[in-house]
Design a protein around this ligand. Sequence first.
Ligand code: CTP
Ligand code: MG
Length: 243
Amino acid sequence: MDATNERKQKIYAVVLAAGKGTRMKSSVQKQYMPVHGRPILYYSLSAMQTHSQIDEIILVVGAGEEEYCRSRIVMPYGFTKVSRIVAGGAERYESVKNGLDAIGAETGYVLIHDGARPCLTAEIIDRAIDGARGYSACVAAMPVKDTIKIADGAHFTKETPDRSTLWQMQTPQSFSLAVIREAYRRAAAHKELKVTDDAQMVELYYPEVRVKLVEGAYTNIKVTTPEDIMLAEAFLKDRAEQI
Ligand code: CTP
Ligand code: MG
């Protein structure tokens, strides 16, 4: 594809907010918890909305929360790129599938992002888009800092993989739509999928395509447990001052 045609390819963002947030142990689901007065979900939607290369955002929320998200988040904050709000599924990959289905048969690229990662920046989005264009499948990642062990069922250490080969996965995970659709299509033939991210979906079910790592950021945390709220607050301080 030449450069002009390439630039015309649409870029979608699927923002996932259909999880239950069980590890956060809070009464309000983590994606709606406030940080500097705005719901966590606001920040990643804002990063996608203000990025010039993102054309459309598909927001995936819990079944029954569509109207809440439209009237309390999408409309008041002016997220005009959100073209569809769809219900997710019980597992993350089912939520992704529903988001991809909402894009229909369009060509182009998609960035799949956890709504629970509010510290997304324009630079990470740039790298995710370049990676999708260059490699068809890529994931934002960072080298792990800690030594990682494989433990046995009784919690005794078993093995120590070489740390220089270990990376922690983040989002966005970005793909050409043709590739991620094909991975999900092939996966549909299998029962009891145990995939935790979309890169793994491609690794397992579309191994002809290699997934490239692009640079994320150590600040691009997933808000998962209560102490992560404080980290997000610190990392988003500058952005809150601009609001
Ligand atoms: N997610 C989703 N649909 C699911 C599960 C997760 O859209 N069925 C989304 C979450 O909303 C989150 C992202 O995927 O933005 C990453 O998932 P995770 O951090 O595991 O969030 P939860 O599943 O909500 O949290 P927990 O695993 O602690 O229950
Ligand atoms: Mg989860």
